[in-house]
Design a protein. Structure first.
Length: 131
């Protein structure tokens, strides 16, 4: 039985090549199978050898992505139009990456986000692994 290595990282819009290099080194050093990324602003810098990149380029700068090692092909990739969430299936497991509104912002923004039917649908198909 394979135990998947997973990491969730808010990259805060990183585009500087030095920081991107550090991120790529982190992924390789830890031999990660899946990487969930939040606040992706430049899709071109996330081409990682040996990984498929599933990117949600939404209407805002709140983009999300899932990097999956080529050994683990993802299917049924779905996204929220806002860019705040992306989901996919790995066999019978649903992987969900959500970049939720900040808790330091207005509480109503977060509540409204999670009450939308589109967002709720991301959480109704178990088994689920969520970031």
């Amino acid at each position: 039985m394979h135990i998947a290595k997973i990491s969730s990282i808010n990259i805060n819009g990183t585009t500087a090549q030095t920081r991107v290099g550090l991120l790529l080194d982190f992924i390789r050093r830890h031999d990660l199978d899946f990487v969930f990324l939040e606040e992706v602003t430049d899709s071109a810098i996330f081409t990682v050898t040996g990984y498929a990149t599933h990117l949600n380029i939404g209407a805002t700068m709140r983009r999300t992505a899932i990097l999956a090692r080529h050994d683990f092909p993802l299917t049924n990739v779905t996204t929220l139009p806002s860019g705040r969430a992306i989901a996919a299936h790995l066999n019978d497991i649903r992987l969900v990456n959500v970049y939720e509104p900040s808790s330091t912002g207005r509480k109503t923004d977060k509540e409204r986000f999670f009450k939308t039917p589109t967002c709720r649908n991301y959480y109704v198909q178990p088994p689920i692994l969520c970031s």
